[in-house]
Design a protein around this ligand. Sequence first.
Ligand code: GTP
Ligand code: MG
Length: 367
Amino acid sequence: MIKANQTETQDGSESNADQRRRVSLRQRLPSYQQYVDGILKRDRSILAQAITLVESSRREDREMADRIIESCLASTGQSIRVGITGVPGAGKSSLIEALGRFLVNDCGQTVAVLAVDPTSEISGGSILGDKTRMMSLAASNAAFIRPTPSRGSRGGVAHHTREAILLCEAAGYRNIFVETVGVGQSEVAVHEMVDFLLLLVLAGAGDDLQGIKRGVMEMVDLVAVNKADGENLPAAERTRAEVENALHFFPKASSGWAPRAIVCSAHTSLGIPAIWTSILEHHALTKANGWLDCTRNEQKRHWMHSAIEQGLKQLFNADPAIRDRLEALEREVIAGKTTPLHAAKTLLEMHSLQDSNRPIDPTRPKG
Ligand SMILES: Nc1nc2c(ncn2[C@@H]2O[C@H](COP(=O)(O)OP(=O)(O)OP(=O)(O)O)[C@@H](O)[C@H]2O)c(=O)[nH]1
Ligand SMILES: [Mg+2]
């Protein structure tokens, strides 16, 4: 696509000046080796640029991102990965900042924060709000904050964030926090990439657990009743007791960990050390009993399968013959002339038939 500040020649091709500008812009970008060296040396600016490559939909960027991640793989896996979920406004960002400050300032730890915010769906970029809120944490070299566009889909969150986690680990960040949008499927997506899931709730949540689905309660390792400060404290304590009661009704997790409920305040830092203690105890337990390795292996397997599914879906949707036929079949389904299942089968058969007739690309590496 030709951008607004580019000129187009009469035949629609890029002008020489534009080509030179684009090449010079590319030349200013780090080389593959500079990316890898920069990440391993914890150059935060290079790390941020590498995550931008991961998020890019351009083919060249994706290829570069894949090469970088492959080269960094040996330096990954050493962190504690924590997902933080909860309804909008529960205080997830504020709590991550308080926890991050505690870890960096009081425990000498390193922290990377990958936040996912629904507002970025509209702007298509990063969210400033969270970053501003997390500013005091972001000032430290021991911390890296990266609000990531969610792209409005579970897939978007999952693939980019997983890769961003690996890059942050290669940069030596030993604690990775992933903030979810707290709605729909995002908890499931985050649960599939972290070791520990922290659910933030607010006072009063005990009544109906704020509509939190049973499935989510089964995944959490710790429930923290946030905003337990000022006159809110007694209500938060009551909610904590109710949540703890509710947790007893869930079957014991296969990790051997018994989920807990505590009160906390991102504003007064009440409960922050207790949250950290829980995370460390969970890590020690699951490392010792083999659950951590087992889960991470399972997560990698799942990641591979979901990438295959996504890739197949992209191939299918990009097929012009399918696109044409799809609309006609949609109309037939709506008019009751055929069933949805039959229409789907017709399209899938069309696609697989085309695939088997497609010549094998000899330029692609074998094996
Ligand atoms: N009193 C009190 N207010 C808090 C606390 N934590 C967060 N808040 C306030 O709650 C509001 C929402 O906080 P955020 O940290 O943005 O919440 P969030 O869950 O990240 O919100 P989204 O990302 O929009 O879902 C802000 O106005 C915070 O100042 C707390 O511990 N006590
Ligand atoms: Mg937030």
